[in-house]
Design a protein around this ligand. Structure first.
Ligand SMILES: [Zn+2]
Length: 166
């Protein structure tokens, strides 16, 4: 959920907020809250085609991190993105978000971002995480399961999650 961005849609009508691929990750958190289709908010759900091994891998990574971070709630600030929405928020052209392989994660309350990043880095040693971005100013860590052998890491300077270009 992204209540900071879309306060009026914090609890979408008719949505089963708790349903998802695992008890700690809902379909709404995985969906793209697309603002490119105006005037109505368009929620593009995590594609059916990706709901197999690809999603399982991502969920396993998420659960490893969640457990290592103390089993506290972790906010997902971005998951699946449509190409149009990815472009709107200034994502990389071939962002793993559009392929359903990426999550931007905000650490649980009381855990510093650096410490949370270190947990995600440790997760990359034992899970399918192959992309790891540290977004200090925005306060989140990007993880993805891109198909490659070696881990790629970077530091992002995005000022806040999902920065909308104007
Ligand atoms: Zn990301």
């Amino acid at each position: 959920m992204q209540p900071d961005l879309y306060p009026e849609y914090a609890v979408p009508i008719g949505a089963a907020v708790s349903e998802g691929p695992c008890p700690f990750l809902s379909w709404l958190e995985l969906a793209c809250w697309d603002r490119t289709v105006t005037p109505h908010l368009f929620i593009a759900h995590y594609p059916d085609d990706y709901r197999g091994e690809r999603l399982n891998r991502l969920v396993k990574c998420f659960l490893w991190i969640r457990h290592a971070a103390g089993d506290h709630p972790i906010r997902v600030s971005s998951a699946y993105r449509t190409f149009a929405y990815n472009d709107l928020v200034g994502g990389a052209e071939w962002s793993q978000h559009v392929f359903g392989r990426a999550l931007d994660l905000v650490p649980p309350d009381g855990l510093a971002l650096r410490a949370f990043y270190d947990i995600c880095r440790a997760a990359a040693e034992v899970t399918a995480i192959r992309g790891l971005g540290y977004y200090d100013a925005a306060g989140f860590v990007h993880i993805d399961t891109r198909p490659r052998v070696d881990l790629v890491t970077w530091t992002g300077d995005r000022p806040k999650p999902e920065a909308i270009r104007v």
